[in-house]
Design a binder for this molecule. Structure first.
Ligand SMILES: CC(C)(COP(=O)(O)OP(=O)(O)OC[C@H]1O[C@@H](n2cnc3c(N)ncnc32)[C@H](O)[C@@H]1OP(=O)(O)O)[C@@H](O)C(=O)NCCC(=O)NCCS
Length: 167
């Protein structure tokens, strides 16, 4: 009998090549990411949490293969934003709609709640309906819509702003 091992765990620096590989598709082919060019690996290594900064970086691993990742960033630099984080979450484009994103978000919410993070924000490009549905299913509410704040592939892009209260 085939037994798949699926785990959610904290990311390490040695996962960053796989993380970059997942992101490359979204950067090159879609407006889901606003990067026009594939970043250097440092773009991700610098997002690994530092002690005490109350950020989280998770990967989803199935039989030794990384199929998705999620990390948080500060929402704003001001001290007053210290209980808020912004979420980035990506499933390998060949492994979407199989529960990877859900498992990552569950793990993320568990850890952020332990860290006393109050609000989690996601910013989603207009037209990315699967992601909007994913967030709405997970008790995020849409709180804003910003027009033409992004630009990629010769077009201005709108974004939805969604948030979820954690604690
Ligand atoms: C959004 C994303 C993280 C969701 O992860 P996923 O692994 O594809 O989603 P899951 O299989 O865990 O689905 C969880 C729920 O999300 C919703 N969902 C996921 N894919 C969907 C789709 N294509 N259409 C409608 N709803 C969808 C469903 O409600 C689903 O629950 P269900 O299976 O019980 O119906 C993933 O699709 C992704 O990486 N998209 C590109 C990057 C992105 O948009 N990131 C968010 C902005 S940073």
């Amino acid at each position: 009998m085939l037994i798949l091992t699926k785990i959610i765990r904290n990311a390490t620096i040695s996962d960053m090549a796989d993380v970059l590989n997942i992101y490359t598709y979204y950067a090159n082919e879609t407006t889901i990411s606003f990067e026009e060019f594939v970043p250097e690996i440092f773009y991700f290594t610098k997002k690994l949490p530092n002690p005490g900064d109350r950020n989280v970086f998770l990967v989803y691993e199935e039989d030794g293969k990384i199929l998705g990742y999620a990390y948080t960033s500060l929402y704003g630099d001001s001290y007053g934003y210290r209980h808020t984080r912004e979420l980035s979450i990506y499933t390998d484009y060949e492994a979407t709609s199989k529960g990877v994103g859900q498992a990552l978000l569950n793990g993320m919410i568990d850890q952020l709640s332990e860290l006393d993070i109050h609000i989690l924000i996601s910013v989603i490009t207009a037209g990315n309906e699967p992601s909007i549905k994913f967030h709405l299913k997970n008790q995020f509410e849409e709180v804003g819509y910003l027009k033409e704040v992004g630009h990629k592939f010769d077009q201005f892009l709108d974004v939805h702003v969604l948030q979820r209260k954690l604690i």
